[in-house]
Ligand binder design. Structure first.
Ligand SMILES: Cc1cc2nc3c(=O)[nH]c(=O)nc-3n(C[C@H](O)[C@H](O)[C@H](O)COP(=O)(O)O)c2cc1C
Length: 199
């Protein structure tokens, strides 16, 4: 698709009506996410972000696991609503699991004790940057995506299902797929209460 940067940041939205039409080859999706991860900045160039990309049966398994874990926590009535939502998440092409490697963070804390308290915060920032980079990359491919947070409820089960090292902490899950319905326009606060320029 290759939008201009200005078009791209406007085009990126939370898309909840996803489909499984491969409008771009799978290899291109994989490559694009790999590049976003590889080129994202991180504190002290720590590169603590880890990504697990799920397609096909593995993608379906993510949402089966999530349903299974949620069922243990909520009432039958609540679960029916939740189930509909989870079903919609599994209608796309895949999911990106964003992790942070806690070993990298612990080792930085030992090496640079002055910043001990900051490293976990910077790790969250680093993950957010990767998430946004991936979101923009998917948008640039013409795909829609939405961001979910079923961690830490699903961490253990995913660890077992996808052989995730137990030092990795799950931060977020991003579903993506073809855009079957454009999101409604969103409201924006007046920019002048959020942004100042001084000369
Ligand atoms: C840090 C963060 C956490 C979010 N968590 C969720 C979430 O758990 N579930 C969800 O549906 N959307 C989540 N979102 C998406 C926001 O609701 C969405 O970005 C916001 O309403 C603006 O809409 P837009 O993405 O279409 O611009 C999250 C976004 C951010 C940046």
């Amino acid at each position: 698709m290759s939008l201009s940067y200005s078009e791209l940041i406007k085009k990126r939205r939370s898309v909840y009506t996803l489909g499984n039409r491969f409008i771009v080859p799978k290899e291109e999706i994989v490559h694009s996410i790999e590049e976003a991860l590889q080129n994202a900045p991180s504190a002290f160039n720590s590169q603590s972000a880890r990504v697990v990309l799920l397609f096909g049966d593995s993608y379906q398994k993510l949402w089966e696991i999530t349903a299974h874990e949620l069922r243990k926590k909520v009432s039958e009535e609540q679960f029916q609503k939740t189930k509909e939502k989870l079903n919609s998440f599994s209608k796309g092409i895949g999911s990106v699991l964003f992790y942070e490697d806690t070993e990298t963070i612990t080792s930085l804390q030992t090496k640079f004790p002055l910043y001990k308290d900051q490293f976990p915060i910077w790790s969250e920032h680093g993950s957010a940057i990767v998430q946004y980079a991936v979101w923009l990359s998917l948008t640039d491919l013409g795909l829609g995506a939405n961001l979910q947070h079923y961690n830490p409820l699903i961490d253990k089960a995913l660890q077992e299902a996808f052989h995730v090292p137990d030092t990795w902490r799950l931060i977020a899950q991003m579903n993506f797929g073809s855009i079957e319905k454009e999101p409604d326009p969103k409201t924006s606060l007046p920019i002048d209460i959020r942004f100042s320029v001084f000369e």
